[in-house]
Design a protein around this ligand. Structure first.
Ligand code: ZN
Length: 136
């Protein structure tokens, strides 16, 4: 069962992220479902419900991430941790080309893969937001 996250902690996480998903950068105002605090290191892997271990995530990023903490780098085959929004900078691990989120590092590659950041429907949505100047 999910650990309840106190409302003040939820607010802190959302404000700190400026109401954008910390993985795909989707603004909360453009999402159908409310963004959620994601346990970066899931409870089942020893993660705690504290600000340092929480990131704001859109519904899709949160669902695809699930209890994952890493995956195999498609380039090297090595086991690599997912991007960590509290310890790492988004700009150092990803960049946006067109509507595509392109990874710059092994952590970026496994995060794009596991969180399906460039699924066709997500690319189409991001393209519409870019054209409306609502993304970035
Ligand atoms: Zn997202």
């Amino acid at each position: 069962m999910a650990t309840p996250i106190p409302s003040d902690l939820r607010r802190l996480v959302a404000e700190r992220a400026r109401y954008r998903c910390e993985y795909c950068l989707l603004p909360q105002t453009m999402a159908l479902h409310r963004h959620e605090p994601d346990h970066i290191v899931p409870i089942q892997h020893g993660g705690v419900t504290e600000a340092i271990n929480l990131a704001l995530a859109c519904l899709r990023c949160n669902r695809y991430k699930g209890p994952n903490v890493g995956s195999f780098d498609p380039l090297t085959g090595l086991l690599v941790p997912l991007f960590h929004p509290r310890l790492q900078s988004w700009d150092q691990h990803f960049h946006v080309v067109g509507a595509e989120i392109r990874p710059l590092t092994p952590e970026g590659r496994v995060t794009v893969l596991v969180l399906r950041l460039n699924d066709p429907d997500r690319l189409a949505e991001r393209q519409r937001l870019i054209e409306a100047r609502l993304y970035w």
